[in-house]
Design a protein around this ligand. Structure first.
Ligand SMILES: [Zn+2]
Length: 230
């Protein structure tokens, strides 16, 4: 009761605003207003292999399907959603965005998945951030589809500087053996979904896919919340 009164008081003093457009939220809205959800710059979401995300990997590594949910460019107000999730400790944003993807992407994309593997952070980065944002996106998907999450099926073996400070070419050429597959899991014959927040050059997903190459008859799909268009 006390907490509810305090929350109501806080709402009066600091009314909750949309994290995208800063408009005051209505009672039925949380974090993002309905208009911003409706206007989200969605990527091509059909269950097809010729979308922009899938095309990044043609001739490099084999994926069953690759989808990105939202187009994202520098300066877009939707950037705030990813900044909240990644740098402002807003784990719940991961739940929200993961759930949103699961509800809007074709059901068939998730029905064929045995495990979700969130792209891992290096242990040093995990220690600083305290959580893996991709894992919270996975938990959001799990609210719609009860697919087991294997948070440590891949292990990041090298710490890499933030991609935001590095050039595109450098990113693509500096990622071999960045990840290793955890032998504790029996993934042969399974279909796993690699999950990450943003797709830029594709270097991270390529390195993850390469780490799984030794697993027999493994099928790998990939999903990111956003695909960079800048
Ligand atoms: Zn809004």
């Amino acid at each position: 009761m006390k907490i509810r009164i305090i929350n109501s008081l806080l709402d009066v003093l600091y009314p909750p605003i949309c994290k995208v457009c800063n408009a005051a939220l209505f009672d039925n809205e949380v974090d993002i207003c309905l208009k911003c959800i409706k206007d989200m710059p969605l990527a091509r979401l059909e269950y097809a292999n010729d979308n922009d995300a899938d095309r990044l990997f043609w001739g490099i590594v084999e994926f069953e399907k690759v989808l990105s949910f939202m187009n994202y460019s520098k300066g877009s107000p939707y950037t705030h959603l990813l900044l909240s999730l990644k740098y402002r400790g807003d784990k719940k944003m991961g739940l929200k965005l993961g759930r949103l993807m699961a509800k809007q992407l074709p059901k068939v994309f998730f029905e064929r998945i045995d495990y979700i593997i969130p792209v891992p952070l290096h242990s040093s980065k995990l220690k600083i951030r305290g959580y893996n944002q991709a894992e919270w996106l996975a938990k959001g998907i799990q609210m719609v589809y009860p697919i087991p999450i294997l948070g440590d099926a891949l292990i990041k073996t090298q710490a890499t500087p933030s991609q935001t400070t590095r050039g595109v070419l450098e990113r693509r050429s500096s990622t071999p053996h960045l990840f290793t597959c955890n032998p504790l899991y029996e993934l042969a014959g399974k279909h796993v979904l690699l999950l990450d927040d943003v797709l830029t050059t594709g270097a991270t997903l390529i390195a993850c896919r390469e780490a799984l190459l030794g697993v027999e008859h493994l099928r790998v799909s990939a999903l990111t919340f956003a695909i960079s268009k800048s």
